[in-house]
Design a protein around this ligand. Structure first.
Ligand SMILES: Nc1nc2c(ncn2[C@@H]2O[C@H](COP(=O)(O)OP(=O)(O)OP(=O)(O)O)[C@@H](O)[C@H]2O)c(=O)[nH]1
Ligand SMILES: O=P(O)(O)OC[C@H]1O[C@H](OP(=O)(O)OP(=O)(O)O)[C@H](O)[C@@H]1O
Ligand SMILES: O=c1cc[nH]c(=O)[nH]1
Length: 482
């Protein structure tokens, strides 16, 4: 796997496979029962101004549906002592000793153990840490550690699941460095060139270049290498597990994530979110899921004449359609379906929970001729899959072909996806996020708690704002009087 000089990531990847090894064979696949995911740690090293930051930004952008944090080795510069400050031109910022590696190790270790950390803030103009400022970094799915010397210390390397060395031509790097340091870091051209010749280049040859051999991927041309960055992101996604599920079951569709959608998920998952906001953002997400689900229905071609007298060749919506909600949480999805499909018929199924394993079907009222319709089955949570299996079995008993069922979820647990998809391989599942798994109480984690209770307001005994009986002014006075 160690390759001294592959020209492309393709070579590095191929080398890893031919040798029967993978970049991070030790990376533990997340266990689902109550276990936290172990963050995936990526190290990005390379010479000064090689484009490390650009590569990291591109990876973060492409992994938009995961929580990713970037930690810069620069944050761990020790900062100069007064005597070093007096002679700053002689200070070697490119030597491993310029960094507080013990502190870096501690922070990375905590993040890997899913704990939040306070990262120091370094001021390049003053060559000092801002002692009163820290950046709080929370545990995430992916941690990217970037810096010229992040592969130098073996203990730091050991915490990494994937190591990328950004390999950019030295002339290009020097040109970029001159531009950046004069424009952004308040230095003059002569000073930059002097520092480069005296410290930066020798340190690159002595300390940085020798760490290239530890890289799993050597990335030529930095951020310009889109093909390589796509492959890196695919690999990370595969290691994070979700990719696999969609590969195993081609009928599972996760709506395209954006920061907007992640933002709404953040709100509905936050235990501090009020009922009003929970309903508002859950409704917005549900609407997107419903629209996406409708996109999987069959269509027929339809031509219309536009006001310009031209022909537009379009499609006609599927007519033989109905919704079925699983009571009670599934009912929260009915409005979105009605808003999209005027006058749609909606049936209901009630499944009663007896203990945690078995569920009992106790009520159903379905549209007539359901066997001739495509069915949008609605339930915001897919946990173990027990409720879904019972509802789907009922629909099939009523004559609905399995391939005519589209199951709409807000969040799904991998266990539920396995259960439903193995049993009903022709049905489609449309969801907005696949979570880590189930805990010991069969609740989805990280999840959003009990959806029905949060949506319908049955989860607290706080005052009922909307329906509080108005108190007459006179009575109010007497209440406040001691
Ligand atoms: N003069 C001076 N140089 C510093 C100081 N702190 C860091 N450096 C330089 O900063 C460089 C490390 O940052 P780079 O790797 O170039 O920065 P980067 O933005 O991560 O680089 P790319 O993203 O790869 O473009 C080292 O080569 C140091 O010489 C400082 O306080 N004074
Ligand atoms: O996949 P499963 O493990 O079966 O779990 C999912 C079910 O749990 C929730 O309903 P719940 O029983 O909490 O009732 P509610 O809709 O009345 O809140 C949810 O709406 C699903 O119907
Ligand atoms: O996590 C879960 C599991 C089932 N039902 C919910 O509402 N939440």
């Amino acid at each position: 796997m160690v390759k001294s000089d592959p020209d492309t990531i393709m070579e590095a990847t191929a080398a890893a496979h031919f040798s029967g090894l993978h970049f991070d064979d030790e990376y533990p696949v997340p266990k689902y029962k109550g276990a936290d995911k172990v963050p995936f740690v990526i190290g990005v090293a390379g010479g000064t101004a090689s484009g490390k930051t650009t590569v990291c930004d591109m990876i973060i952008q492409q992994l938009h549906d995961h929580r990713v944090v970037l930690v810069n080795q620069d944050s761990f510069y020790r900062g100069l002592k007064p005597e070093e400050m007096a002679n700053v031109g002689e200070y070697n910022f490119d030597h491993p000793d310029a960094f507080d590696t013990e502190q870096l190790l501690e922070c990375l270790g905590s993040l890997k153990a899913n704990q939040p950390v306070q990262i120091p803030v370094y001021d390049f103009k003053k060559h000092q840490r801002c002692n009163d400022r820290y950046r709080k970094v929370n545990a995430s799915d992916v941690i990217i550690m970037e810096g010229i010397l992040v592969f130098h210390d073996a203990r730091v390397r050991e915490l990494m699941n994937m190591k990328i060395f950004v390999d950019t031509d030295a002339d290009v790097r020097l040109a970029r460095r001159i531009k950046r340091d004069t424009l952004e870091r308040g230095r003059d051209v002569n000073g930059v060139i002097e520092q480069y010749a005296k410290f930066v280049k020798p340190a690159f040859d002595d300390f940085i270049l020798p760490t290239k051999k530890y890289a799993d991927v050597i990335l030529p041309r930095g951020g310009d290498n889109h093909v390589a960055i796509d492959l890196i992101v695919q690999h990370i996604r595969m290691k994070l597990g979700q990719h696999d599920l969609r590969k195993i079951y081609p009928n599972v569709f996760v709506i395209q994530s954006t920061f907007q959608i992640r933002g709404m998920h953040t709100l509905i998952r936050d235990q501090e979110t009020t009922k009003h906001d929970f309903v508002f953002y859950a409704d917005r997400l549900i609407r997107l899921i419903v629209e996406h689900g409708l996109g999987h229905l069959p269509f027929t071609e339809k031509q219309v004449i536009t006001p310009t007298g031209s022909i537009y060749v379009g499609v006609d919506f599927c007519k033989q359609l109905c919704g079925v909600s699983i009571i009670r949480s599934g009912e929260s999805m009915e409005n979105a379906l009605r808003a999209c499909c005027k006058g749609i018929k909606i049936g209901k199924i009630l499944i009663h929970r007896e203990g945690d394993d078995g569920k009992q079907l106790i009520y159903e009222k379905l549209p007539i001729n359901i066997a001739d319709r495509h069915v949008l089955l609605m339930d915001p949570i897919l946990g173990t899959g027990n409720s879904a299996v019972q509802a789907i079995e009922l629909l099939i008993r009523k004559g609905v072909p399995e391939s005519h069922i589209i199951f709409l979820n807000l969040i799904s647990a991998p266990e539920g996806i396995h259960t439903v998809c193995k049993r009903f391989p022709l049905l489609k599942i449309v969801t907005s996020e696949i979570d880590a798994g189930l805990n010991d109480e069969f609740r989805v984690v990280p999840g959003m708690g009990e959806f029905g209770d949060r949506y319908f307001g049955t989860d607290d005994d706080g005052p009922d704002q909307m329906f509080k009986a108005p108190i007459e002014p006179k009575l109010q006075q007497s209440i406040h009087r001691p």
